[in-house]
Design a protein around this ligand. Sequence first.
Ligand code: SPV
Ligand code: MG
Length: 296
Amino acid sequence: MTDRGLRELVSSGTAVRAVGVHDGLSAILAEKAGFEALWAGGLGISTAHGVPDAGILTMTEFQQDAVRIRRSTSLPVIADVDAGFGDVNVVRRMTSLYESAGIDAVCMEDKQYPKRNSFRDAGQVLEEPEQFARKISAVKETQRTDGFMMIARLESLIAGVGMADAVERALLYARAGADAILIHSKRNTSEEIAQFAERSREAGLALPLFAVPTTYHTATVQQLHALGITGMIYANQLIRGSVTAMEKVLRSLADTGRTSASEQEIASVKELFDLVDTDSLDDSAVRQPVAVASLS
Ligand code: SPV
Ligand code: MG
């Protein structure tokens, strides 16, 4: 658990910006840039491993990457655990693995396992609501610390089954013990998110809401917060930005046969050293070369 836990942040009333990161370095950069929390996202981690975001990596691989992210900074980490990696029995073990490693929250989505990334048209199959509610209860029954959070992610709008289904599921998931609700949308405006916030509130939902402003990227943190969204997850912008940066350097090297053109645009080796606090190394134990004469 981190210095300032996620639960405390979420209940503080301010907007919580969680940046999607996929390794230690991206986590360090997000912390240095002043963000409040980290999202150990399935898309970023899968892509960084070179595989599709479709339940290809194992639970242990995802957990290890979330822990690597956790250890690199002091920010709270929300781990994307897809559909929980299996049935309620797997969900129980998943909860122990993540919580005991100091992860602050798991975010589990109500799609059938193995799920597909929400921005892929094919394969958006929802879990039966009662079945998913049992998975939520499994997390809550298994967790050992009060600070650990279970964020239930609604995919009704992604799967195209409508707002009423989303609101009904949100109420059911809240009764099952969810600590927060993530409402996912792939529309290019935040209108659907605004509607969900309003209708679920009217229906009596009192849990904090999270959203993922990927397609409705023109909505600002302030605008989403004003709609009633507490947590904004910037899930994939860092890895997308890094792809663009890497491609640029590679193209320049391939075209010119040297790296001069990139040199002014890329981080220096010193910057890399500084990002991981290389100056804090104690070099006193580094062995001096042994003189050949002293060996005889
Ligand atoms: C992820 O980052 O893996 C997510 C968010 O689940 S999204 O890709 O927007 O569905
Ligand atoms: Mg995901």
